[in-house]
Design a protein around this ligand. Structure first.
Ligand SMILES: Cc1ncc(COP(=O)(O)O)c(C=O)c1O
Length: 452
């Protein structure tokens, strides 16, 4: 009998954080690692929010507060979400969390019995799949196909809905594909849900990238579709919009006040409340013209970087890369590179158990990090189930443009280094997983300090 409960084996992780110690080790060895792994804007927190947080600290607003979220923030969220989604939202339906991540797991804990099914996009934010398994629910991936521009419609969704479906997760703009839903696409998805899913099925609409949109694209929420506000949990937060991942302020609008109270009780059981001074900072940020200007500046930098990186990647033999319309990631297909470097053959030489622990994209990702010092993430980091045979990397473009240019150069060099790959595969023990990299880390002299 091990020390942990059985469910611990079911819990996945977010590799964007896990790769941190390997980066720290390489840096301690004197290498300059370009960090394209983590999803956080590389801009400072907006000045007007920073000032408000300081003001709140000076006023000693530093104690326990309402576990559902302080009323001034919930009022502002209700007002802004009502205005931007064209629906009527009251503060008693809002709950504030320590970021936009906690409501994912809370939803699964609150709505799913063991055996209930959760439909989620794959590739998608890894916690969707990880936490579903952890609570004993059944993960049902909705595969986003490259040849459809990673989009999907009502038919693909309908094929997955069963009497056990309890939650349908949507994420637009999407991590990692950068997909943005059109109103017509959301209308079709909504019609499918109204027609085929019972009324108690909840749509979890993760809209945390709502402000990161390119080429004049607009954000639409499924909650604005007829009959959908009553079934939809709208989630957003301060991490991406205000470049404030360390603030840990996120929020959800629940279909009913009763459901918001259940989420509040999760906070009571878990974190008690979110720092009140940060909540007041988020209140100042939301819907402010000052924030709009800062967001425009940030998004225009992301768009310029996207163009540089996508063009550069598409010039590399063996890589094809779609142009994302939102969020701050690119998601190139590296199948050709894996083929030409002999990685697919090496992968095929593994036994079935080893194959289940890695993928060609994982091997390339490790090679790229260890030998060319670019930190990226493999396709498996965005949903393991059904990821076989799909060879993609995710690169965050929330890094300076000069570093991104250099990253593209290094990826090009790595993509031609067949001998380097052969040596790497000898050096690192099969099956070439994150854990192999951790073996290297444990034997290193360095003492990593950063965690992301
Ligand atoms: C799709 C998606 N949802 C939720 C989150 C979590 O955001 P937060 O840092 O506010 O918890 C992220 C963070 O990367 C994300 O990409």
């Amino acid at each position: 009998m091990g020390i942990f409960a059985d469910r611990v084996a079911l819990l996945g992780t977010e590799n964007a954080f896990r790769v941190g110690p390997a980066i720290a080790r390489l840096e301690a060895e004197g290498h300059r690692v370009i960090r394209c792994n983590i999803g956080e804007p590389d801009f400072p927190l907006f000045g007007h929010i920073r000032d408000e947080v300081k003001r709140q600290l000076d006023a000693d607003n530093t104690h326990y507060c309402d576990p559902q979220g302080v009323l001034p923030l919930r009022e502002t969220i209700a007002r802004e979400m009502s205005r931007t989604r064209g629906i009527e939202i009251t503060p008693d339906r809002v709950c504030v969390f320590a970021g936009a991540k906690p409501p994912i797991g809370y939803s699964q804990l609150l709505y799913c019995n063991p055996g209930d099914e959760v439909i989620y996009p794959s590739p998608g934010f890894p916690i969707y799949e990880s936490f579903t398994r952890f609570v004993g629910a059944v993960p049902v991936p909705l595969h986003l196909e490259e040849d459809r521009g990673f989009a999907f419609g009502g038919d693909e969704l309908r094929a997955l809905i069963t009497p056990r479906t309890k939650i349908i997760i949507l994420n637009f703009p999407s991590n990692p594909t950068g997909g943005v839903a059109t109103e017509a696409q959301l209308a079709e998805i909504a019609a499918t849900i109204r027609e085929h899913a019972p009324e108690d099925v909840r749509v979890y609409s993760d809209e945390v990238y709502e402000h990161i949109l390119f080429d004049g694209a607009e954000h639409h929420s499924i909650a604005s579709q007829p009959g959908m506000a009553e079934r939809t949990i709208i989630v957003s937060g301060a991490s991406k919009s205000f470049s404030w991942t360390g603030g840990r302020v996120g929020w959800a609008v629940l279909p009913t006040a009763e459901e918001a109270a259940a989420f509040k009780n999760m906070n009571i059981n878990d974190i008690s409340c979110v720092s009140p001074y940060n909540q007041m900072g988020a209140r100042v940020g939301l819907g402010s013209m000052l924030s709009d200007a800062e967001i425009r500046r940030m998004v225009s930098a992301f768009q310029q970087r996207r163009d540089v990186v996508v063009d550069g990647l598409n010039r590399i033999d063996g890589i094809t890369c779609h142009k994302p319309r939102g969020a701050f990631y690119v998601f190139p297909n590296i199948g050709g590179v894996c083929e030409k470097l002999g990685i697919i053959d090496a992968f095929e030489s593994l036994d079935e158990e080893q194959k289940a622990a890695t993928s060609p994209a994982t091997i390339f990702q490790l090679f790229l990090l260890e030998k060319y010092h670019v930190a990226a993430l493999d396709r498996r980091s965005f949903g393991v189930i059904g990821s076989e045979g799909r060879h993609f990397l995710r690169l965050s473009i929330a890094t300076g443009i000069d570093d991104l240019r250099e990253a593209v150069v290094r990826i090009g060099q790595a993509s031609r280094d067949r001998d380097g790959v052969a040596d790497f595969l000898q050096e690192v023990e099969a099956p070439w997983t994150f854990d192999s990299a951790r073996v290297a880390e444990n034997t290193s002299q360095s003492s990593p300090t950063t965690v992301h």
